[in-house]
Design a protein around this ligand. Structure first.
Ligand SMILES: Cc1cc2nc3c(=O)[nH]c(=O)nc-3n(C[C@H](O)[C@H](O)[C@H](O)COP(=O)(O)OP(=O)(O)OC[C@H]3O[C@@H](n4cnc5c(N)ncnc54)[C@H](O)[C@@H]3O)c2cc1C
Length: 327
């Protein structure tokens, strides 16, 4: 029996754990992968948009030599936080089910370890901090499940000398296009918008604009991928239907939270926005004792909450738990 079970050890789940630890509240964090697994899966050469101080949790300082941290520095930082605060994280243990016993109000939590061991535990409260990175936004077209279609991008080296269609218009797509061009891939960008997102990192924008303006990459704006075959991509463009021969398709079209996981726990989720019903001060959902933290709170608009803002949810949740216990 724990006072609190936190599901997910991303930056925001770890921030909840840090706030609980600092108040000596007995808890456990269950993480299906490694800690900060979303950051682990970022592109290997990724530089954060945020300054290091804006990614800090648990009062542990984060210093870097350059003004923005690298992926590797962020991973080192979050490992340090877990170490320094001695956070009780159980890695490689996936939560498979959460149900609330109406008579006691306690939560029964079922989990499964990477080796297949099934476990059960009881907690008085649950905080869901499961993020969004496991669920890419699909194009919804025929051929999307072919093996050369990827929804995650890690390293440009994999695509040296390859014909790659990158789908998307945000930062992830722009950075991938630049890196792919640099390593000698033949790149085409396809985006449904009129141009790239204005939110692209300030140091990325001039380079991607330069590639476009100098026709160093091919691109189709206001265009949609409609079908993918083992050898080609079919695109609807303003000048008509086009077909391109490709070796790989990188669909970098964002992510969304696992809404059905929340619904299985009894949380009401707005069908339009994907936002779980919750108190905006305490982050407690319509299920008493069940809280949401981090990017899962933002529903389908995953850019509404990020580490800079979601890291404060833990303090608010723990404060409300402490208030509820002392009343
Ligand atoms: C390329 C890229 C660059 C970014 N740059 C920045 C930036 O510069 N600044 C910034 O503030 N934000 C940035 N973000 C956003 C940031 O990564 C997210 O906002 C942040 O990771 C959200 O933290 P979280 O703890 O809510 O979720 P996550 O970090 O996604 O963590 C959720 C965790 O829950 C685990 N989990 C899921 N389901 C289960 C389950 N059933 N059982 C157990 N564990 C489970 C997952 O394995 C994961 O480790 C960036 C995102 C991307 C994709």
């Amino acid at each position: 029996m724990y006072e609190v079970c936190v599901i997910g050890a991303g930056p925001c789940g770890l921030a909840v754990s840090a706030a609980l630890q600092q108040r000596n509240i007995e808890h456990v964090v269950l993480e299906k992968s490694c800690i900060a697994s979303t950051i682990y899966r970022f592109p290997t050469q990724m530089i954060f948009n945020s300054s290091p101080n804006l990614l800090e949790i648990g009062g542990i300082p984060f210093y870097t030599n350059a003004t923005k941290p690298t992926r590797q520095e962020a991973l080192t930082y979050y490992r340090t936080v877990v170490d320094r605060l001695n956070l009780p994280v159980r890695q490689y243990e996936t939560v498979t089910q959460v149900s609330r016993d109406e008579s006691t109000g306690y939560f029964h939590i079922s989990s499964k370890t990477a080796s297949g061991l099934e476990r059960e535990l009881l907690a008085k409260r649950v905080v869901v901090a499961t993020g969004y990175f496991d669920n890419p936004n699909l194009l919804g077209v025929e051929g999307e499940d072919l093996p050369h279609v990827h929804h995650y991008y890690s390293d440009p080296h994999l695509f040296y000398g390859q014909r790659v269609v990158v789908v998307g218009g945000t930062n992830s797509a722009a950075e991938a296009v630049i890196e792919l061009y640099r390593v000698g891939a033949n790149v085409r960008l396809v985006h449904r918008g009129e141009g790239l997102s204005p939110k692209i990192k300030p140091w990325v924008l001039p380079e991607i604009n330069s590639l476009i303006n100098k026709n160093l990459i091919e691109y189709d704006f206001q265009s949609r991928v409609v079908r993918i075959t083992p050898t080609s991509v079919h695109v609807h463009t303003p000048s008509g239907a086009k077909e391109f021969e490709v070796d790989h398709v990188l669909a970098l079209t964002g992510f969304h939270p696992n809404v059905s996981f929340l619904q299985q726990m009894g949380v009401h989720v707005d069908s339009e926005t994907g936002v779980p019903e919750h108190d905006e001060r305490t982050y407690e959902t319509n299920v008493p004792g069940l809280f949401v933290a981090g990017v899962v709170v933002s529903g389908y608009d995953a850019n509404r909450i990020f580490i800079e803002t979601g890291r404060f949810h833990g303090e608010a949740i723990v404060q409300s738990i402490v208030e509820a216990v002392t009343i």
